[in-house]
Design a protein around this ligand. Structure first.
Ligand code: PLP
Length: 342
């Protein structure tokens, strides 16, 4: 049975070119800074994000956590969205490992945090207070329907943060989806941020890895944090070789994923059982319409029985993510399968 796996873009497999590049990658011990392929990936990532330096990390989660540890001391506070990935899907690691307190603000439907909410959340210097150290934004915003944040918004938050002595981090797991959707370079989207992490292992198809970028001092501290987290890797150039191709070959094609997501949403909107907001990038989120008699869990299971895999959560509703392994015909097959089971 052919499988159409729309659960996530993390299910993408390395391309044949990636496997070939991995097989012949020049490697060294990256804990000594001696893996030439890792160094090449880091230079490329720094260039693409417009930062001075970069650090290859095993996951987006570790990239965020290493950034938080590099920016903050124990007892400090980070302001982030209530729908953000670090707050919801990273095992509470910023608190558990970093001793850092999250201060959450409501994410607006467009993925932003209101500037007035941010201003009000930054604590005054007072012996009672935690020290507000960092604002963390997410671009694209996973739970907010994959919406991209604009360069203008990010600049406004950076100005606000810097005026109050804070730093700004961008969880850019899908930063290149944002860049493609908005038609601006990734570096422009994060120009005013102090740090940014992005995933190679999602729509960009690498098997493993993310990159954290920032200035030299920050990356020095982040390297130490990565080591503290047990994330120092040795001949990691095998993995970095795939990541280089992610950045040089896989970015522009994200537009195809966005077009397929739009087509999927358009098809789903025709079923009266669903409420389907128009997608912005490669993430289609939809939920049952009020009054629908369809049981979403049973529908998800029935579709899985036919090889169409969707993500469903009681809180988040349905999520379908398009990626390199999903073709135009798969979108039509998915819609046909849904029609059979409604
Ligand atoms: C996937 C994701 C991460 C974490 O990446 P992993 O590599 O899975 O650890 C962080 N932030 C967002 C918004 C994500 O979607």
């Amino acid at each position: 049975m052919p499988i159409i796996d729309l659960r996530s873009d993390t299910v993408t497999k390395p391309t044949d070119e990636m496997r070939a590049a991995m097989a012949r990658a020049e490697v060294g011990d990256d804990v000594y800074g001696e893996d030439p392929t890792v160094n090449q990936l880091q230079e490329l990532a720094a260039e693409r994000t417009g930062k001075a330096a970069a650090l290859f990390v095993p996951s987006g989660h570790m990239g965020n956590l290493a950034a938080f540890l590099a920016h903050c001391q124990r007892g400090d506070e980070i302001i982030l969205g209530n729908l953000s990935h670090p707050f919801n899907s990273e095992t509470g690691s910023l608190a558990a490992v970093g001793g850092i307190q999250p201060f959450t603000l409501p994410n607006q439907p467009d993925g932003t945090l209101r500037l007035e909410d941010l201003q009000a959340a930054i604590r005054d210097d007072d012996v009672h207070h935690a020290v507000t150290r960092l604002i963390s934004l997410e671009n694209t915003h996973n739970r907010c329907n994959g919406v991209p944040l604009t360069a203008e918004y990010t600049r406004a938050v950076a100005e606000l943060a810097h005026a109050r002595g804070l730093k700004l981090h961008i969880d850019g797991a899908r930063l290149f989806n944002a860049a493609v959707a908005l038609g601006v370079p990734a570096a422009t989207l994060v120009a005013d941020a102090d740090s940014v992490t992005f995933c190679l292992s999602k729509g960009l198809c690498a098997p493993v890895g993310s990159v954290l970028c920032g200035d030299e001092d920050f990356i020095y501290r982040a390297r130490r944090a990565r080591k503290q987290l047990g994330g120092g890797m040795r001949q990691a150039g095998i993995l970095a070789a795939a990541g280089i191709l992610s950045l040089t070959q896989m970015v522009d094609r994200l537009a195809e994923d966005h077009a397929r997501a739009a087509r999927l949403a358009e098809g789903l909107m025709e079923f009266r059982d669903f409420v389907v907001p128009a997608p912005h990038t490669n993430i289609v989120r939809f939920r049952m319409a009020e009054g629908s008699q369809v049981d979403p869990q049973a529908l998800t299971a029935a579709l899985a029985g036919e090889g169409v895999l969707l993500d469903y959560g009681n809180y988040e509703g349905f999520r379908a993510v398009t990626h390199h392994g999903v073709e135009d015909a798969d979108i039509e097959s998915t819609l046909a399968a849904v029609a059979r089971h409604l």
